[in-house]
Ligand binder design. Structure first.
Ligand code: GDP
Length: 456
């Protein structure tokens, strides 16, 4: 998977900007600097020292752009190879021309994520950290960013390292007895083997149980505002979007080709389903009544079931309520500024209810809190100890590891052969290694790094 050639790419986004950065990594980086960068320093660039100069076209000798360059000699660089970074003016054509000058020296254009892949293959970061790099770039809320930064810094890797050390220790003990078959496994050794593997199992369980929270912080949750016409759905959406701190960004919808609004609730990204529908096609919603809303319910992680406090509970409300069977939802009684005419059915007794008024803003803070509580249960996301799994890939591998350790413990209790016990532990270690990258198959690695942009 690793080739020791030299790669290059534009690392800044396409378009106009203050500066554009062309990144080069590999053994030819220093030679390229010599060939195409003209600067005032005598001889080669000094490692890790910014230098002013210009890039020249190697075939014509013409100046391409005025630049700042830095050469970072291996291993003190992102990829642990010699890295050259050229900062030029940030424009579509000018960055392209600087890249062309680099490529003209016989360098290959980098694949998406290839710089990060090299950092991983050269052991600078493990796979969890490499995946966190892309999460850092894509984070939409402070909480998602802080989770991604924790993982990039290696806190999850550290926790997994402890799991691995425990399993290796247990395996070493088991193998010692395999090597010396004349010795019986004494009770003290057996107790130690069991203790070590139970400890590892405990840590894995803890990580698995934090997955739901980690995942929602990373991916966000999809939220549908449902209710019959005129209860205040669009007013609520607008209130949520207008609160300055809540607006994050509009991103292309993940499943459909529409704009999806993202609302930030205490760091939890809420992807508001069908916001275009609510805002722009109100007449359709009027015409088709609740039918359209009903169709969207299955896609939502959470439904905000909006009722009009000024009107009695009617058949339309009932139809929606029936459709929410088995769904996670919050009852939102809107128009609390009006005289209350709504009586909630007894079946809603155990469901979270919040009274709000989009007209006065009353209750909106409580609603945000209720939404947050529906997914995050009392964890201090920004505490230094907070380590959470956030990717299904990690969950799958650790669930496998958990199973192997459970099998191991059962086999240990049943005094199965040492060889069999060793296999269980090796399987568990293999599963943990899939998370950190030691035993991840190449095709999975390919998939992971394809998610990156070129130049990262
Ligand atoms: P939707 O059809 O469910 O999207 O409802 P809208 O957001 O369009 O609101 C319907 C009507 O209720 C509009 O005339 C709003 O001004 C009004 N409305 C919305 N929220 C409130 C509220 O909290 N109090 C009062 N008094 N009226 C509201």
């Amino acid at each position: 998977m690793y080739t020791e050639d030299t790669i290059a790419a534009i690392s800044t986004p396409v378009g106009e900007g203050g500066i554009g950065i062309i990144r080069v990594s590999g053994p030819a980086s220093g030679a390229i600097a010599r060939r195409i960068v003209r600067h005032a320093m005598n001889g080669d660039l000094e490692s890790h020292r910014f230098c002013y100069g210009s890039v020249i076209d190697p075939s014509t000798g013409d100046t391409v752009d005025e630049v700042m360059v830095v050469l970072m000699r291996a291993p003190r660089s992102f990829t642990r190879e010699d890295v050259l970074e050229i900062q030029c003016h940030g424009g579509y054509l000018v960055t392209r021309r600087v890249l062309d000058a680099v490529l003209a020296c016989g360098v290959r254009l980098a694949e998406p994520g290839e710089f990060t892949l090299r950092a991983f293959l050269n052991g600078r970061i493990d796979l969890v950290q490499a995946e966190a790099v892309i999460d850092v770039i894509r984070s939409k809320t402070e909480a998602a960013l802080s989770l991604a930064q924790h993982q990039r810094e290696g806190r999850l890797s550290e926790r997994l390292g402890t799991v691995r050390d425990g399993l290796r220790h247990a395996l070493a003990l088991v193998e010692a007895f395999i090597d010396f078959p004349e010795d019986d496994v004494d009770p003290a050794a057996q107790a130690e083997i069991e203790a070590k593997s139970r400890q590892a199992l405990g840590l894995i369980r803890e990580l698995l149980s934090g997955f739901d929270e980690g995942r929602v912080l990373r991916e966000g949750v999809s939220v549908l505002i449902a209710g019959k016409p005129n209860v205040g759905k669009s007013s609520l959406l607008n209130t949520l979007l207008q609160e300055k701190r809540s607006i994050v960004t509009s991103v292309p919808g993940t499943t459909r080709d529409i704009i999806e609004e993202v609302v930030n609730v205490k760091g939890l990204p809420l992807r508001m389903l069908d916001t275009a529908g609510i805002r722009e096609t109100e007449d359709i919603v009027e015409r088709e009544g609740v039918r359209l809303t009903l169709e969207k319910i299955p896609q939502a992680d959470l439904v905000l079931f909006v009722l009009d406090g000024g009107r009695p509970f009617d058949d339309d409300d009932r139809m929606l309520l029936d459709a929410l069977e088995g769904k996670r939802f919050i009852v939102v009684v809107n128009k609390s500024d009006l005289v209350l005419h709504l009586e909630l059915p007894a079946s809603l007794a155990g469901v979270t209810q919040v009274a709000i008024s989009t007209a006065t803003g009353e209750g909106i803070v409580d609603l945000r809190e209720a939404v947050f509580q529906a997914f995050i249960h009392g964890v201090a996301i920004d505490s230094r100890e907070y380590v959470a799994l956030s990717q299904s890939r990690h969950w799958d591998a650790l669930a496998k590891a958990q199973e192997c350790i459970q099998t191991f413990l059962a086999n240990l209790a049943a005094s199965q052969t040492l060889e069999l016990l060793a296999v269980d532990l090796k399987d568990a270690l293999h599963a943990v290694g899939e998370v950190t990258g030691e035993t991840t198959p190449d095709d999975v690695l390919d998939l992971i790094f394809q998610r990156f942009c070129i130049g990262k």
